[in-house]
Design a protein around this ligand. Structure first.
Ligand code: FCB
Length: 419
């Protein structure tokens, strides 16, 4: 073989024989580059983010979480992000980040601070909030109940009390009668199974019970409550779109029979049972996706700051399961705690890639709402985890857009992702 010389006597050249080898490897590498891919989302796709009243508003002192905080059982939410006052600013940010939708919740304890006493000043407050959303070009998704209960309702035994469903329907009806014309999309209940499990089986959230029977009871009461509220809303305003926000987990197993059975059972019990029971009482499905659970040994996966596995394909798996309900689907929550903001952009893109794949396979996904617009109060974890597209300074309440939020903004504006 005729030895070749290194170009211009370059010092990195180990010897005359390695040069051609290196060049060939480099050539091969450059040929192996992934073709740039452009994934176009359907016209009219909704892009945005989600928040919830107790987690961002601040100044709420009359619900079961504030009571539990006074007893030292959970951290206090205090002023939170002060979004009760700064909502215009938040919506301005959301708009400037290319969002065209936003999901928030109404605080029951503000609307009905005592049993049967409704506070019209608070209705007027939320009227301004919803009007501001529309003025900012953000399609509102309104959650009627996101985990927190007014003190009086909790003291009577919450959803396990004898007239609980009646109270809940009355509250929801009151709100929809007054504010119904300001939003098309209404979510009755956020994550019923998580509420039931954290509050009644794991004992981590109010009312801190560990009772498997109550856990099942509460899940059942919530399905019935949803159905009743659905009927109530439809009787008041038939054109409104009503659904729930359901947290579904991607369950998988290895080949062992026991593991397979466990995964099948959990998939039915956690993911599908509730949806089956409300299948004739929903106009859309709100899907919240965060978790992956494998029965049997699990592959090593990257993790969020909460230690939660990041498994984007899981969103595809759970979406495929929803096909049988023949309803439009909105991803009403998906996100991660990532204080350094070095995983968020990839997280969003990878999940969107799998959502796109599900759409190609005929799943009618119509929107994606990232959790969350702001760093906020993360329930039993307090203010530690940073889920926000926007950082919030706890002292000054100043907002600072994270770099990943700008990347997400580009996707929202262009209605596509490029890889
Ligand atoms: C969901 C909740 C939401 C937030 C995220 C991280 O389960 O609906 O309020 O806490 O998790």
């Amino acid at each position: 073989m005729v030895p070749r010389t290194c170009p211009r006597g370059s010092t990195w050249c180990i010897n005359n024989y390695t040069y051609p080898v290196i060049i060939n490897v480099m050539r091969k590498k450059s040929k192996a580059k992934l073709k740039p891919q452009v994934l176009n989302f359907p016209d009219g796709f909704l892009w945005g983010a989600t928040t919830a009243s107790y987690q961002v508003e601040g100044g709420i002192e009359n619900n079961d979480w504030t009571q539990a905080a006074r007893e030292g059982k959970v951290p206090p939410a205090g002023i939170a992000c002060d979004s009760y006052n700064l909502y215009e600013k938040d919506f301005y940010f959301a708009k400037s980040l290319g969002h065209n939708t936003h999901r928030l919740s109404i605080e029951w304890a503000r609307i009905e601070p005592e049993e049967g006493r409704f506070d019209d000043k608070e209705i007027e407050h939320y009227r301004k909030v919803l009007m501001s959303l529309t003025a900012h070009g953000l399609e509102p998704f309104v959650t009627l109940w996101h985990f927190t209960l007014p003190d009086w309702f909790a003291q009577r035994g919450g959803f396990l009390a004898p007239h609980a469903k009646t109270y809940f329907v009355r509250y929801c009806g009151y709100v929809v009668e007054r504010l119904g014309e300001l939003a098309n999309y209404w979510i009755t209940i956020n994550e019923p199974m998580f509420y039931a499990s954290n509050g009644y089986s794991k004992g981590q959230w109010p009312p801190f019970e560990k009772n498997i029977f109550d856990f099942i009871n509460i899940a059942n009461v919530l399905t019935m409550s949803h159905n009743l509220v659905y009927e109530k809303i439809k009787s008041l305003r038939p054109s409104l779109q009503v659904g729930i926000a359901k947290n579904n987990i991607c369950f998988e197993s290895n080949k062992k029979t026991l593991n397979r059975l466990a995964s099948k059972f959990m998939n039915y019990f956690w993911n599908l049972r509730f949806l089956n029971k409300i299948s004739r009482h929903q106009d859309f499905i709100g899907l919240n996706y965060y978790f992956y659970k494998k029965f049997g040994s699990k592959p090593r996966l990257p993790k969020s700051d909460m230690g939660w596995d990041i498994y984007p394909k899981g969103i595809y798996n759970v979406l495929l399961q929803l096909k049988k309900y023949h309803k439009p689907i909105y991803i009403t929550e998906n996100g991660l705690a990532d204080a350094k903001d070095d995983k968020r952009e990839k997280f969003i893109k990878d999940h969107l890639r799998w959502i796109y794949q599900a759409i190609q396979e005929g799943i009618d996904v119509r929107g994606y709402l990232y959790w969350s617009l702001l760093d906020n109060f993360e329930w039993a974890h307090g203010y530690g985890p940073k889920f926000g597209l926007i950082e919030v300074n706890p002292k000054t309440m100043g907002r600072k857009v994270r770099p990943s939020a700008r990347k997400y903004a580009k996707i929202c504006r262009e209605n596509l992702i490029k890889f």
